[in-house]
Design a protein around this ligand. Structure first.
Ligand code: GDP
Ligand code: GDP
Ligand code: MG
Length: 312
């Protein structure tokens, strides 16, 4: 697990450094009205979203002693505990697949969020765990998408089902599910074209993909993973809401955490939509996808590194 934590630690450097400066401004001050305003502002700036900010402030009012200056350890443990409390427990076995064969995971999101890369990373990770993986290239809109997935499939040893650019994405998804079953795949990953969450016909197309694969394979998609680019901050919450309505997203892949100081959006999405972040992208390579862990994540975000400070 040391490796995992280090990856979070490295990937969340930008978030940690920015947040660290914010929290430092609050330390040593008396707990006054001005202190509460500043704490509220800092929580907002950390991209936690209004609901999480309100909940943390409510708890902070109960926990911080008002007759003493704010002590660093007290403030940091308050933030850490309250942020962890707002996130769901870690998936005890993120690599487990449900007993249905194949498991079908549908991957959605706006353009450039990191869908194709995440499908490639998931394919690599499950292949490394000896799972038979088939990728369905249902982004038929962008001509380069097939080639991008072909590279990932070749490198990881996953199979690939694709059609010519312009084909009906639901037909590709259907083919992939049929092929996955026929060939005994454990996991079928379906990549889709990026779409703006505000474009109704494109959002309806997602509904069609979901219906078609569900008809072919009852229970599919077993997971509908929405890819959110962490650098988009609060806009990610808006996107997630629209995608959840159109296609029933039940998990988030939060990408590009390595390039942002807006890591707090994990908590905003969870609080406002109740959709858990399942995976996080911490770079562009095959190894750069981690199962989400709330303790490692919050620890890395707040600068609490149990490896650097053993015993904490
Ligand atoms: P899609 O349009 O949603 O399929 O997005 P792509 O998978 O094509 O990714 C868009 C860009 O984001 C590519 O340059 C990826 O290498 C990059 N990318 C994806 N995930 C991550 C990540 O977790 N970290 C970083 N730094 N870059 C990423
Ligand atoms: P194998 O050669 O016997 O292992 O069989 P395949 O893997 O080629 O296919 C098994 C089943 O899935 C057969 O019924 C195929 O018709 C179907 N199948 C395989 N690939 C595709 C595909 O790309 N599209 C569609 N629609 N069906 C496929
Ligand atoms: Mg793509």
């Amino acid at each position: 697990m040391a490796g995992f934590l280090n990856r979070f630690w490295q990937g969340l450097r930008g978030t940690r450094e920015q947040m660290g400066q914010r929290w430092r401004q609050l330390i040593g001050r008396s707990v006054s009205a001005e202190f509460w305003d500043d704490l509220e502002e800092q929580l907002y700036l950390a991209d936690l979203g209004p609901e999480a900010v309100e909940r943390i402030l409510e708890r902070a009012h109960r926990r911080l002693q008002t007759d003493k200056p704010v002590d660093e350890a007290a403030l940091m443990s308050l933030l850490e505990e309250e942020m962890i409390r707002l996130l769901p427990e870690d998936d005890p076995d993120p690599w487990a697949l449900s007993p249905e064969h194949p498991n079908v995971w549908l991957v959605l999101g706006v353009n450039g969020a990191g869908k194709t890369t995440s499908v490639g990373k998931l394919a690599s990770a499950f292949r490394a765990r000896n799972r038979r993986v088939l990728i369905g290239a249902a982004d038929t809109f962008r001509a380069a998408a097939n080639e991008q997935l072909a590279v990932w499939a070749r490198r990881s040893g996953a199979e690939l089902v694709q059609q010519a650019p312009g084909a009906d994405p639901a037909a590709v998804a259907f083919d992939a599910v049929v092929a996955g079953r026929g060939r005994g795949a454990d996991l079928v990953l379906i990549d889709t074209a990026g779409r703006l969450h505000t474009k109704t016909p494109l959002m309806q197309e997602l509904g069609k993909i979901v219906r078609v694969i569900g008809r072919e394979c009852p229970g599919a998609p077993h997971r509908t993973l929405l890819v959110v680019d962490a650098t988009t901050g609060q806009n990610g919450v808006v996107q997630a809401r629209q995608f959840a309505e159109a296609a029933g997203a039940d998990g988030i892949i939060l990408t590009k955490l390595d390039g942002t100081a807006k890591g707090g959006v994990v908590i905003a999405i969870q609080q406002e939509l109740g959709i858990p972040v399942r995976w996080v992208g911490l770079g562009e390579g095959a190894e750069d996808l981690m199962p989400f862990s709330r303790t490692d994540f919050v620890g890395a975000m707040l600068g609490h590194d149990p490896w650097a400070r053993p015993g904490l």
